[in-house]
Design a protein around this ligand. Sequence first.
Ligand SMILES: [Ca+2]
Ligand SMILES: [Ca+2]
Ligand SMILES: [Ca+2]
Ligand SMILES: [Ca+2]
Length: 473
Amino acid sequence: MKKTVHSIIMLTALVLSVIHFTTIKASASDSVQNATPIDLNKEYLFSGSQEDNFYKITVPQNGRLQIKISNETDYYREFSLINSKGVKLFTGSTDYSEYADGYASHTIGVTPGVYYINVYNDEPDSVSYKLGAYFTPSENWEKEPDNDEKKGATAIPVNTSFNGAVDSYEDSDFYTFTTTNDGVVNIKLSNNSGIPLEYELFNDKGVSLQETWTDYSDYATGYSNVTQGLPKGKYYIQIVNDDDAYNNKNNHVYSFRIDFNANNFWEKESNDTAQEATNLELDQYYQGVTPNEYDEDFYTFNLSKGTTIQLNALNLKEDYTRYTIIDSHGNEKAYLETNSGAYANGYKTSRLYLPAGSYFLNMHSYDSDNHLNLVYKFAIKTVSPSVKSSDVKITNNKGKSDKVYVKNLLKNDIIKIYSSKSKLLASKKSEGSSTTAYIKQLGKSAGSVYVTLTRDGRLESSKVKVNYKAEKK
Ligand SMILES: [Ca+2]
Ligand SMILES: [Ca+2]
Ligand SMILES: [Ca+2]
Ligand SMILES: [Ca+2]
């Protein structure tokens, strides 16, 4: 009876081993040269091991590689991945506590080639362990270890999700992407509770444009998001682990994507000095972002003749923003500070006349934490020229409509006439160089109205006061 039970146990163990494991003696694997070849995507059971054990795998293409090794109470093991050039890509370690269970694992993005797994046993000839190397082909993974440096950055397409992993305390992952138009990028990086990742965006000259950290609070989920306006070109992203408490079990897998939209009406970083200013078209709204308290955004615009302009700056609840208009000699011509707080909405405006010349607009947010990644919006609108009071002739008729004649106009100019109480009395589109508007009754006695001009889709001009005489008796 006892023998039968024993046989059943042996048989069961044999069946299990056929299903789950391939048992290989580890005696020949004490050096890289004699490494024991193992197949990908299979679990092996190794026993009778010495201090250092080497296994050889062949990765057929780009993708994600995961090394798994069983945890055993009281038996500490380290496992490393080494490439064919002898570069150690990571070192992981098993759980040997009294609660040890399951597997220690490490995931990494790799390129095709031969790799070696080194398993180090703290106690040689200890109990057997299970080991497997699992590979999934993918073109959307980091390429270690070349990506540790900018020159080996993993090239990534925009508008595609990508993955990488933190492989060590010092791991640095560089990616590069190229935009073929000026535009705006939105970068999404996965959050993970307890794992702070630092991300930094550089241009091709190595200038740091933006830096951010993912949310690693207890409740962190989803993605951290940053936006940046960029001229077309080649860019780099560096992702590093920012975890002081990193140990070789913190192999965090992250995902991110860079969404790009062509757009001519965004700031083009780097624009921190007047020399790097982003060119502005008048009468167009622009957006920009203030990733940190040091960011200065310069824009420039040109006036071919003296023009009244109006700065329209969006009020933001989060924080106020400060705009300064400076002439080419460095003289401050205008300063505007937007509203902020719960009731902030709409645009704050400032109107001024500027002689012909080139100008700079500087945007700077207030030095508080609120401005981080604040997206602001503004336009420099041109204002239609005012009519001259001498070009307006008012006839105050008795018994029929009163006439307002305006000359020195262009076709499609819009003339508006307001009462002294700002009530619109008449609006007329000019069909030539002059026009006449009719008003039913201005009044029996003398008075005045206000006349504006709106030309070419620009803002309505300032009001010009024009007097009229009393009706004839
Ligand atoms: Ca790396
Ligand atoms: Ca990495
Ligand atoms: Ca900016
Ligand atoms: Ca800037």
